[in-house]
Write a protein of this length. Sequence first.
Length: 477
Amino acid sequence: MDMSRLKQIDAYRWTLPQTGGVQRSDVTLYGSRELLASMDDKVLEQIANVAQLPGLAGVAMTMPDAHWGYGFPIGGVAAFDPEEGGIISAGGVGFDISCGIRCLRTSLKLNDIAPHLPRLADALFRDIPAGVGEEGELTLAPAELDRVLAGGAEWAVRHGYGAAADLEYIEEHGCMRGAVPGNVSDLAKKRQRGEMGTLGSGNHYLEVQVVERIFDEVAAQAFGLCTGQIVVSIHCGSRGLGHQIGTDYLVSLAKAAHRLGVRLPDRELACAPIKSPEGQQYIGAMNAGINCALANRQILAHLARESFAHAVPGAALETLFDVSHNTCKVETHVVDGRERLLYVHRKGATRAFGPGHPTLPARYREVGQPVIIGGSMGTGSYILAGNTPAENHAFASASHGAGRAMSRHAALKQWRGRELIADLAAQGIQIRTRSMRGAAEEAPGAYKDVDLVAEATERAGLARRVAFLRPKACVKG
C-alpha cells in the first residue's frame, strides 16, 4: 500500500484524507505501518468505496489483517443505520456466510497426546470429511434442511450432536433468529444436502493445538486455559449453501439498487436499503446461512469428540467459544453521542464484545468475549479477549486471522504441497490433506505474520491477547 496516501492518527490507526470530487465518509485503517505497507492498494480503494454507501454510521474501517476481497475488503467493517437509508450488502458479508471458528478446550496436556499424535491425526482425517466436493454421512431431506436453517446449532443438539451446554458458548446461543429458509433458493439447498458436518476446502481446517504462552492470567483462567493444555480449533462456514446465497442475492440486490436509485461505486457492492423488500429478503436468507454454519460447526465438534474418544480415551472436550467472521448483525452502538440500532457488516472480522456486555456467558462477562485469530498452516493462532467501547472504537470488532499476503496462484508458483508437509512434519506438526495443491495454496508464507496481526490488534485497542496456540496436528481440505 502506498503509505504516502495515508494520514497517521496514532501508532496503530490511519486514515485516507478526503480529496475533491467523490463525496464519502471517513475511513480508518487499523494496523502497524509494517502491516499496512504490505497490503495491496486495492484494500484502500475498496474501503473508500464502502465509505460512499448510504446510511453509513461513523466510519468505514479495516482490521490489521485486511486484504483484497469481493466488494468489501476482507477485514472490512461498516455499520449502517436503517433509519437513515442504511443498506445491506452481500459483498459486505461474504460468500462463505458465517465462516468462523469453534474452539474446544480439552482436559489433556501435550504429554497426554504426544505419543498418540499420528494416530489422532489419522482418526480426525478419517472422521472429518474435508476437501472439495467431500460429503458427510448426513444427507437431509428438503424439509429437514429447512429445520436446520431455522434452528442452527440448536437443531444439531436436538439431533444428538453435542450437548445443550455447548449453546451457551456460541454466538446467538447457537441460533440466529430471523432466518427465513424460504428465502434460500432450491439450488442453494441442493448444494447443502450432503455437506452438513464437512470442513470444505481452501483455508478451512481442524487443528489440534497446544497453549504455548499465556499473556493474561486472569482472562486465561476465566477461559479455562493453562500452559501446555490441548485445544482444538475448527474453522469452516456454511459451505455451498452460503456461497449460493451470496451468488443469488448479488443479482437481486443489484437490481434493487438500480430500481431505488442507489449509486454503487463498485458493482461488487450490490446492495439494497435495509428496509426494502429485497434487503429484508437477503437478511432472512443470510440468517438462514448463519444457522447452517452454526449447525455445521456443532456437528464437526461432535465428530471431533468421537475421534478423540477413540484415539485418547477419557478426553473431555468443552466448547470454549464459537465466533463467526462473515456476518451482518443488528447491534446497539453509540455513534456521535447517540445510541443507535445498527446493522454491522463484518467481513473477515470478528465480533469482540468487551467486559460487562450482557450477551456474554456469565463465565466470561468480567473479562470479555473470547476472540480467536486463526493463523496460517503451521504457524500458530491466538485467543484474545474483547475490549470495552472506551477502548474499541470499531463497533466491537477485531481481526479474524493472519490474512493473505499473496494470492493462491502466486503461492502455487512458490511452494509444493508435499515439501511443505514434510517440512512441517519435521517440526512435529502432523498435516493430513487430500490435496497437495491446496496445501501449497495455504503455505505459511502466503499469509501475514500472525504475531504482528495479534500484536496490532491489541495495541490498536481492539482486543487483548490472552494465549498463543502452537499447532500439533491439522486436517485440511
